[in-house]
Ligand binder design. Structure first.
Ligand code: KIV
Length: 272
């Protein structure tokens, strides 16, 4: 007989019932998920992994297979957080049917609790199609990294006349049935107004402290991604420097034959 133990994971429903802001970070691997899970309500397997893990220039070349492999790794490494997996570029924009096939595959093969997809009004029919078929969806508006070329770069969204479109996107995503929406790199007053206007959770990244939760790329806030740090990132640690120090020390120990030492070898006489 197999041994069962209950893992009480957050679900979209239990996240909505939280009376404190949702704590969310990206995670791409099992060891990182293990470290983040005790502190986070929501772990996002973001397609930002293309840039952070694979060194790509943008998220556009990330595949469904990559998202599934990393989604499985994060589900394995977590117990408590709800895990969301990003739908990558080209895997859902063609039709609601295409989106359903891919989202169902991601959910079935990773064990994730929901998917996230980028887009506002134009993606509302797709979000509705997924939600009506049992797939919880997080929307993503404001700066949509998969539309970086259309945006004209990674920039702040929502100045001037753009604000109306972003608000319309937020309302459309809610009406379509998404249970939460990520607002990325969007003017603070607009992000706050969206949070006030919506009944669903808003999760900000470069948005507003008034959002119902916050998300950052874990490597950014840990100081592990030196390539580019957006203004909205706060570095809570500088682990890149610590890794550099440790590896330099290791290299020195190898080159001077002080590593491995007697305690790290079997059958080596202890030094006097
Ligand atoms: O891909 C990602 O990591 C994201 C977050 C930045 C919200 O979408």
């Amino acid at each position: 007989m197999s041994k069962h133990h209950t893992v009480r994971r957050h679900t979209p429903r239990s996240l909505a019932a939280l009376d404190t802001p949702i704590v969310s970070l990206t995670a791409y691997t099992t060891p990182m998920a293990r470290l983040l899970d005790p502190h986070c309500d929501l772990l996002l397997v973001g397609d930002s992994l293309g840039m952070v893990v694979y060194g790509m220039e943008s998220t556009l070349a990330v595949s469904v297979d990559m998202m599934i492999a990393h989604g499985q790794a994060v589900v394995r490494g977590s117990q408590k957080a709800c895990v969301a997996v990003d739908m990558p570029f080209g895997s859902y924009q063609e039709s609601p049917q295409q989106a359903f096939r891919v989202a169902a595959d991601i959910m079935a093969r990773t064990g994730a609790g929901c998917v996230k997809l980028e887009g506002g009004q134009e993606m509302a029919p797709t979000i509705e199609f997924l939600v009506q078929r049992g797939i919880p969806v997080i929307g993503h508006i404001g700066l949509k990294p998969q539309a970086v070329h259309a945006h004209g770069g990674f920039r702040t969204i929502g100045r001037g006349s753009e604000a109306e479109q972003v608000m319309a996107d937020a309302l459309a995503v809610e009406k379509a049935g998404a249970f939460a929406v990520v607002i990325e790199s969007t003017m603070e007053p607009l992000s706050r107004a969206i949070t006030e206007a919506l009944g669903i959770m808003t999760i900000g990244i470069g948005a507003s402290p008034q959002c119902d939760g916050q998300i950052l790329v874990a490597e950014d806030m840990l100081g592990l991604f030196p390539d580019f740090t957006p203004r909205f990132v706060r570095k809570f640690a500088n682990l890149g420097q610590e890794v550099d120090r440790a590896v330099a020390e290791y290299a020195q120990a190898v080159r001077t034959r002080t590593f491995p030492g007697p305690a790290e070898c079997v059958g080596m006489p202890k030094a006097d």
